[in-house]
Design a protein around this ligand. Structure first.
Ligand code: AMP
Length: 509
C-alpha cells in the first residue's frame, strides 16, 4: 500500500440481508420504480485538519439528527488508513462512547445521518460509502436523491460494475472510478456532470475534504471554520454546536476543495440562479439554522402571520402541533392576538412519524408521540397549526385527540400549501395516490381529518413569507414541485422506467 492509496478498515455490524429495495435493478434487470424504492433524506458533515476530527463529526451529526434517525456513520483518515463505523440507530446510541471515537483515528473525517421511509434499512446502505480507486480511497456522504440514479446503476451494472449497496450514491463512486481523468477533482467533476437531481455531497480523499452542491442548490450545504480548520455541514446548527463560524453557503453548481493549502472553489455547472427546496424552510431544517441566508425560524413565523391573514378563525386559543408547527403557530397567534397555548404535549423520546415504514406502525407512532393537554383544551374553540399535511395520518389523530380532550371546535390550519405532487429530491413525500391533497378537494380533506374547518397557506402567501413579492412563474425562486408540480430537473428514471407513474404525475397538471 502506498500513502496515496490508503487502507480501509470497516467495522460493520450485523446486516439483515433481506431483498434489496429497488427490486431487480441492482442486478441489471428492469427498473421497478413502483416497488419499494429506497429514497433518502439525510444530513452530512465533514472536517479537515483537526486532531479531534471524529469527535467533532459526531457532535455535528448530533445537531443534524433531525435530518435522519435511522442510521449514522463516520469515516476518518489517519494519514495512512481509512477507518469506518456505520451503524443503524441514533447518533447518540452509536457515537457517544470513547472507544468508538478512538477507533476513528485521524485529523479528517466525514459523517452522515440517514433517514429512509420506504424500503428497508440495511447496513450496507448506511453512509459514508467508501471505495478504493486508482487515485486512492474516496468516502462519500450524500444528502438528496438522484433522479437518474437507477438508470446510471443499470448501465454501470451492465458494464460489469459490482454494487455493494442499493443506494443511488454508489453510482457516483463508480462514475468517479471509471473517469479517464487523472486528478480526483477532475474525475469528480466528470461524475457530477453525469448525475441529475438533488445532492449536497461531502467527500473525503487521503488529502482533501470536498463538498459539492447540485446545479440548482436544491439541498443545503454550508462552509464553516473552527480555529482555522474548515468544515462542511448540511445546516448552520451543526456549526453552532461546536462553536464554529459560518463562512458561507456552498453555491449551487460549486465544488469546494479543502486541503492543507486552504479552500479552492471550482464551478462544475454553468452559473444559474439558485433554487433551494422550499420544504427545508417549512419542515426539514432546524429552526435555529440559517438556510441560504434566511433564518428558518423567522420564515416559519412569517408563514404563520401570512396564514392568519389568509385564513383567520373564530376561536379562543391557538395550539401548535409540536414541534414542527410551533413557529408558525406563534406567528399565527401574534397576528390574530389570540392566546397561544400548549394543548398538545410531545414525547421527545419517540422519532418522527415517517420513520415507521408501514402505515399501521406509523399510526401507532403518532399516538405515541402526541398527548392532549386537557387543562388547556377543554371547552375551547381551538385553532391547530401544523407545518404540512401529507397523508393526513397525523391530522386525523390529532383532531380526534383534541375532541376527546373536550375541545368545542377544532379548526385546522396548515402552514404550507396542499401537497399535490410527490418528491424525487430526497424529502420523500409518498406517491401521488397517497397524498391526501392529490386525491381530495378541500371539503373532502376537512371531512377526512374531522375538523370543523380546514385551510392551507396559499403559494403566494408562502412566497411572501419567504420575503418575495410573488412567485416568479417563469423562473421560480424555490424548488416547490410538491405544491406546484413544477419539477426543476428531468425525472429521467421515472420517465424511462415507469411511464405509468409519469402519466399519473402529469394528470390534471
Ligand atoms: P401526515 O401525517 O402524513 O399528514 O404528515 C404530516 C406530518 O408529518 C406533519 O406533522 C409534518 O410535520 C410531518 N412531515 C411532513 N413532511 C414530512 C416528511 N417528508 N418526512 C417526515 N415527516 C414529515
Amino acid at each position: 500500500m502506498t500513502g496515496r492509496e490508503g487502507l480501509f478498515i470497516m467495522a460493520a455490524r450485523s446486516e439483515t440481508g433481506r431483498r434489496a429495495p429497488g427490486g431487480t435493478d441492482a442486478l441489471g434487470g428492469d427498473l421497478d420504480l413502483d416497488g419499494d424504492t429506497l429514497r433518502e433524506e439525510c444530513g452530512v458533515f465533514g472536517i479537515h485538519g483537526h486532531p479531534d476530527a471524529a469527535a467533532i463529526v459526531a457532535l455535528g451529526l448530533h445537531a443534524l439528527q433531525h435530518r435522519g434517525q435511522e442510521a449514522a456513520g463516520i469515516v476518518s483518515f489517519d494519514g495512512r488508513v481509512f477507518h469506518s463505523e456505520r451503524r443503524l440507530g441514533l447518533v447518540g446510541d452509536s457515537f457517544s462512547d470513547l472507544a468508538t471515537i478512538e477507533r476513528l483515528k485521524g485529523t479528517a473525517a466525514i459523517g452522515h445521518v440517514r433517514y429512509s421511509t420506504t424500503g428497508e434499512t440495511i447496513l450496507r446502505n448506511v453512509q459514508p460509502l467508501f471505495a478504493e480507486l486508482e487515485t486512492g480511497g474516496l468516502a462519500v456522504a450524500h444528502n438528496g436523491n438522484l433522479t437518474n440514479g437507477l438508470l446510471l446503476r443499470r448501465q454501470l451494472v451492465r458494464d460489469g460494475a459490482i454494487c455493494q449497496s442499493t443506494s443511488d450514491t454508489e453510482a457516483i463512486l463508480h462514475l468517479v472510478a471509471r473517469s479517464r481523468h487523472v486528478r480526483i477533482v477532475d474525475r469528480l467533476m466528470d461524475a457530477l456532470r453525469q448525475i441529475e437531481g438533488a445532492y449536497a455531497l461531502v467527500m473525503m480523499t487521503n488529502k482533501k475534504l470536498i463538498g459539492a452542491r447540485d446545479p440548482l442548490g436544491i439541498r443545503p450545504l454550508v462552509l464553516g471554520e473552527l480555529d482555522g480548520r474548515y468544515i462542511l455541514a448540511s445546516e448552520t446548527c451543526a456549526l453552532d454546536i461546536i462553536g464554529a463560524r459560518f463562512v458561507r453557503d456552498v453555491e449551487n453548481g460549486e465544488m469546494v476543495v479543502i486541503s492543507e493549502s486552504g479552500v479552492e472553489s471550482i464551478r462544475f455547472a454553468r452559473a444559474q440562479a439558485v433554487r433551494p427546496c422550499i420544504f427545508e424552510y417549512i419542515y426539514f431544517a432546524r429552526p435555529d439554522s440559517t438556510v441560504n441566508g434566511k433564518s428558518v425560524y423567522a420564515v416559519r413565523k412569517s408563514i404563520g402571520v401570512e396564514l392568519a391573514k389568509e385564513a383567520p378563525a373564530e376561536a379562543d386559543i391557538i395550539i401548535p402541533v409540536p414541534d414542527s408547527g410551533v413557529p408558525a403557530a406563534l406567528g399565527y397567534a401574534q397576528e390574530t392576538g389570540l392566546p397561544y397555548e400548549l394543548g398538545i404535549i410531545r414525547n421527545h423520546y419517540v422519532g418522527r412519524t415517517f420513520i415507521q415504514p408501514t402505515q399501521s406502525v406509523r399510526e401507532l407512532g403518532v399516538r405515541m408521540k402526541h398527548s392532549a393537554n386537557r387543562a388547556a383544551v377543554e371547552g375551547k374553540r381551538i385553532v391547530l397549526v401544523d407545518d404540512s399535511l401529507v397523508r393526513g395520518t397525523t391530522s386525523v389523530k390529532i383532531v380526534r385527540m383534541m375532541r376527546e380532550a373536550g375541545a368545542r371546535e377544532v379548526h385546522f390550519r396548515i402552514a404550507s400549501p396542499p401537497i399535490t405532487h410527490p418528491d424525487f429530491y430526497g424529502i420523500d413525500t409518498p406517491e401521488k395516490e397517497k397524498l391526501l391533497a392529490a386525491t381530495h378537494d378541500l371539503e373532502g380533506m376537512r371531512r377526512y381529518i374531522g375538523a370543523d374547518s380546514l385551510a392551507f397557506l396559499s403559494i403566494g402567501g408562502l412566497y411572501r413569507a419567504m420575503g418575495e413579492e410573488r412567485r416568479d412563474p417563469d423562473c421560480p425562486q424555490y424548488t416547490d414541485h410538491c405544491f406546484t408540480g413544477d419539477y426543476p430537473t428531468p425525472l429521467t428514471d421515472l420517465a424511462v422506467a415507469s411511464p405509468r407513474r409519469m402519466a399519473i404525475l402529469a394528470e390534471a397538471d
